[in-house]
Ligand binder design. Sequence first.
Ligand code: DC
Length: 218
Amino acid sequence: MLRVAIDGPGGTGKSTIAKAAAERLGLEYIDTGAMYRSIALKSIRNGVDAENEPEVVKMLEGTTIDFNDNRVYLDGEDVSGLIRTNEISMTASTISKLGPVRAKLDEVSRHIASVKNVVMEGRDIGTAVIPDAEVKIFMTADPNVRAKRRYEQLLAQGKPADICRIREEIEKRDYQDSHREINPLKQADDAIFMDTTEMSIEENIEAVCEAIESSGRA
Ligand code: DC
């Protein structure tokens, strides 16, 4: 059994790194943020206020989230291409404060980690979802660098971008994710700390693979 938990704030490059490391080592990559994003998408589509717990609970009844081949399925629909907008990022952060949402997604995540060797990435994987994971990494980067990376990513995709606004949203989401009551973003005591501010993507992938390999489980 090999379960790698990677946590950290948004925009650190966690997803890119975790996915590449998982591919190199033949592990399954699970992006738990994509699940929160899918629930956020459903709330926006259905006009459900992400802070209204009773309404969100009603919406969750019968809602299914699945992963297959790095794609996320909401009620059977592949929504992978629809969940990467700013609106969804903020709504996902807001809806993730609700206990019933966390309970449901924890259950889905734990089930996957019990049947597969995974690199699972999110905010509370090492602290709450798989506290006994074989490898834990906490990844962070300077907020200015995170904003710049996001800005350049949007420009490269030919999308409009405002670096000041991106910086503000990063700060707001960091605050919200690390100050919520249930399982906030925080480093597990036994996690390896990785500051990626000065690292290239390749260096970062190497560092993660090395941490996994040196656990003796890979
Ligand atoms: O990693 P991401 O940016 O795709 O995550 C979107 C939001 O989902 C994030 O702001 C907070 C929430 N989230 C969470 O609360 N717990 C997780 N394990 C993963 C994401």
